[in-house]
Design a protein around this ligand. Structure first.
Ligand SMILES: N[C@@H](CCC(=O)N[C@@H](CS)C(=O)NCC(=O)O)C(=O)O
Length: 203
């Protein structure tokens, strides 16, 4: 098995997942910032030119951070990060999608539409980025109200892949210079707990 990975929010999702399981696998560093994801050689590995990529011993290629994490979960089931029973699995899936669509995508699309790195990847619309920045507080307000029930983690009482998606969103916040305002006390407390974990992706 070989993981192609580089310093990036989606790459961090797999790196954190492995760290939480205390598992190390051979990794080839592919620098997003240096454009190593965009070379013809790397596109033979992932036609979308993105990390993370997991190459299995028989040459099978897996892309998409959540798909890779699911595969790793089956190899290294403990601690479970996708849920032990049917209800936990459904709740974690639900919250992982909510975190991805409402939090990660909000800040991620700010980066995509503003950062020079992506200027040749999409048609950048600065007004769209500005509108997402304005929406960010509303998204956090929604999450804060959800977490007012006092649960320590995004999907409930245990750390899960939904928290990892949230950590990746916080990493994007660093790049786009957004912060979680302190008035969102439940989200802020969750952020502090995430930053205190040994697996926290350093930015
Ligand atoms: N949906 C994919 C997204 C992967 C992705 O967007 N990777 C970014 C890093 S966060 C990348 O490799 N970008 C390379 C580039 O822009 O050249 C996943 O979850 O793995």
């Amino acid at each position: 098995m070989k993981l192609y990975n580089g310093f990036s929010p989606n790459g961090a999702r797999v790196a954190v997942f492995l760290a939480e399981k205390d598992v190390t696998i051979p990794t080839a560093d592919v620098s997003v910032l240096k454009g190593e994801t965009r070379t013809p050689e790397f596109r033979k590995i992932n036609s979308l030119g993105q990390v993370p990529v997991l190459e299995l011993d028989d040459g099978t290629i897996l892309t998409e951070s959540v798909a890779i994490c699911r595969y790793l979960e089956s190899l290294y089931p403990k601690p479970s990060l996708f849920g032990e029973d049917a209800l936990a699995q459904a709740r974690i899936e639900m919250w992982n999608r909510r975190m991805e669509r409402h939090i990660f995508d909000t800040v991620g699309n700010v980066g995509m539409h503003e950062m020079p790195l992506f200027a040749d990847q999409i048609e950048q619309i600065p007004e769209y980025a500005a509108s997402l920045r304005r929406r960010f507080a509303a998204k956090l307000s929604w999450l804060d109200a959800e977490m007012a029930d006092g649960r320590p983690f995004i999907a409930g009482d245990t750390f899960s892949v939904a928290d990892i998606t949230g950590m990746a969103a916080l990493m994007v916040c660093h790049f786009i210079e957004e912060k979680v305002p302190t008035d969102f006390e439940h989200v802020k407390a969750w952020e502090d707990r995430m930053r205190a974990r040994p697996s926290w992706p350093k930015t």
